[in-house]
Design a protein around this ligand. Structure first.
Ligand code: ADP
Length: 542
């Protein structure tokens, strides 16, 4: 027997329709690449999205066609999120930090028809325009006044001209909720980047769960500044959570340095933000150096790589900001887990509460997870056993775009490539990525723990722990450290810093100091490069 309720497909356009009707006057603020602060509202974004949907149709974009963006976080990018997906086409957000060869590969692989770009990326567009195979139009996301007379891009169009040429009388089409809505490529740390193709249904379900109190905890009263880019996994869903909840959105554009971010946080009354640990380092460094405080910020979602516990403490103790440590991946839309308290934690001492916050958190509703041993059998949730982490759920990938790489699933579960433990309360702790694990004498050493300890040392700005060759133990941990400007610390002092904090045999065998640790296109440490750089490193113990 079927239920007798309305059949309405879950479509992304419904988010902007809702926001226009119920939160029409709520502001959307953007730091523009043109240099100014721009203010608009959900009502205006909704109207301009409809005009852009008509403009896309006028350019010959059909349902299912891929439309690419190379853009910062901003209101025009947001309009495209709704105009493209809402009209039935597929929004392909491209990471501008990738190499031009990789961008060309991705655009060809996706068969992008139109590419929208922020003016910052004009040189990049000039480099790839003659090389991409399928792009028919390049659209500069600016007005005519900011368009250079000779941009040297064939067939260049101007965003504001396209909007101006249309009125906003447009009804969002209805279609199957399983229709593809957006496409995001993984960073390609192993081989060519692979496409993750989200659907309207997966996006809407993810948005509902992401907004929940034990997720990003977002409501109409919030002012949210996503530092996490809209070109990486849909800014962790915040561009959808905003209109669903009626939160004010503040977009930082290209200004991701500590000073620019801090000024925007204060000027706009930001209450909630989200980003990777490396971004917060810049922000905290600026705030600390200038003796500043946050007057409105309450919560900060941190993920993408492990958030060092020292950062969680600093945020709370010095600035009254609660860190929401979250874990996920491109293949998971991205949110899988978030660390928030259960009722029983209220009575705990602060140290124990910090330990809860430092985990990667509990699965949000909709995500099912398990850990398995090398034999593929389930491991207990006892906070001790660690193994490969697998997930499943309605916003988790079932296959890559164009079936690249074959079937990624194992018995209906997606192997994340992460190694984790889960405790009896369901809090998950990532100990490593399987390819970064250090195997010493047949036992695993988790590099994240070792990095977190080093990061708590006052002289350390950034630390990576990698495997170095060892004749007896196969691999031993080597700590690679960037010192804070003006700070001094020796190898011996850092090694002694591990005393009593960790099993003795986990202590790094050696420390090397470097000027910088290579970061990938999404701000993560590129340990592959470090391993390559230090593959001949002679450990003193060897
Ligand atoms: P890529 O796989 O290309 O690096 P993703 O952004 O999808 O891009 O990365 C997902 C991976 O990032 C996860 O599998 C995990 O290894 C790591 N990660 C994400 N969040 C966390 C976190 N809070 N703690 C530790 N690792 C994390």
């Amino acid at each position: 027997m079927f239920g007798q309720m309305m059949q309405q497909p879950l479509l992304i356009s419904s988010l902007i329709v809702h926001a226009e009707r119920h939160h029409g006057d709520r502001e959307i603020v953007s730091r523009r690449v043109e240099g100014d602060i721009h203010r608009t509202t959900y009502k205006e974004v909704a109207s301009r999205s409809r005009r852009m949907a008509k403009a896309l149709a006028a350019l010959g974009v059909k349902p299912g066609d891929r439309v690419a963006t190379l853009a910062w976080n901003g209101y025009r990018h947001m309009e495209l999120y709704f105009a493209v997906s809402g009209s039935g086409a597929v929004l392909h957000t491209v990471n501008p930090r990738l190499h031009p060869d990789q961008i060309t590969y991705i655009a060809d692989h996706a068969e992008d028809q139109v590419l929208f770009f922020d003016m910052t990326f004009l040189p990049l567009i000039q480099a790839i325009a003659g090389r991409t195979k399928t792009i028919r139009h390049f659209v500069a996301m600016t007005d005519r006044a900011h368009l250079p007379a000779d941009a040297k891009v064939p067939g260049l169009l101007c965003y504001e001209d396209l909007v101006d040429a249309q009125d906003d009388r447009y009804d969002w089409p209805s279609f199957d909720e399983n229709t593809a809505s957006s496409l995001c490529y993984t960073s390609g740390t192993t081989g060519n980047p692979k496409g993750v193709l989200y659907s309207h249904r997966s996006t809407m379900l993810h948005t509902m769960s992401a907004a929940l109190p034990d997720g990003l905890d977002c409501s109409a009263a919030d002012v949210v500044l996503p530092v996490v880019p809209m070109f990486h996994v849909n800014a962790w869903g915040i561009v959808y959570v905003g209109p669903m909840t009626g939160a004010k959105l503040v977009f930082p554009g290209a200004g991701l340095d500590g000073k620019s971010l801090y000024e925007l946080f204060e000027a706009e009354g930001v209450t909630l933000s989200a980003g990777v640990p490396t971004v917060w380092q810049g922000l905290l460094g600026y705030v600390e150096a200038n003796g500043l405080k946050f007057s409105t910020m309450r919560r900060s979602a941190i993920g993408g790589s492990a958030c060092p516990p020292a950062m969680i403490r600093k945020f709370l103790n010095d600035y009254g900001v609660q860190v929401i440590h979250a874990w996920g991946m491109t293949e998971m839309s991205p949110i899988g887990t978030a660390a928030s308290f259960k009722a029983k934690h209220a009575a705990m001492g602060q140290e124990d509460r910090f330990a809860v916050m430092a985990t990667q958190g509990r699965a949000v509703f909709g995500v099912d997870m398990k850990i398995v041993g090398e034999d593929g059998r389930d491991l207990p949730w006892d906070g001790e056993a660690s193994g490969d982490l697998l997930v499943r759920g309605p916003w988790i990938i079932s296959s890559y775009f164009k079936n690249e790489g074959g079937d990624p699933l194992k018995d209906g579960w997606f192997p994340t490539g992460d190694v984790a433990k889960i405790n009896a309360d369901g809090y998950m702790i990532i100990t490593d990525r399987s390819k970064d694990v250090i195997k010493s004498g047949g036992e695993w050493i988790g590099s994240i723990d070792l990095e977190n300890i080093a990061m708590a040392h006052p002289a350390v700005a950034m630390a990576a722990c990698i495997a170095a060759r060892h004749p007896k133990w196969d691999e031993r941990p080597l700590l690679v450290v960037v010192k804070k400007p003006g700070a001094e610390v020796t190898r011996e002092e850092l090694i002694a810093f591990y005393d009593g904090k960790i099993a003795k045999w986990w202590t790094p065998d050696d420390v090397v100091f470097v000027d910088a640790i290579p970061l990938g296109a999404t701000g993560k440490m590129q340990k592959i490069k470090l391993r390559e750089q230090f593959k001949e490193h002679q450990l003193p113990s060897a």
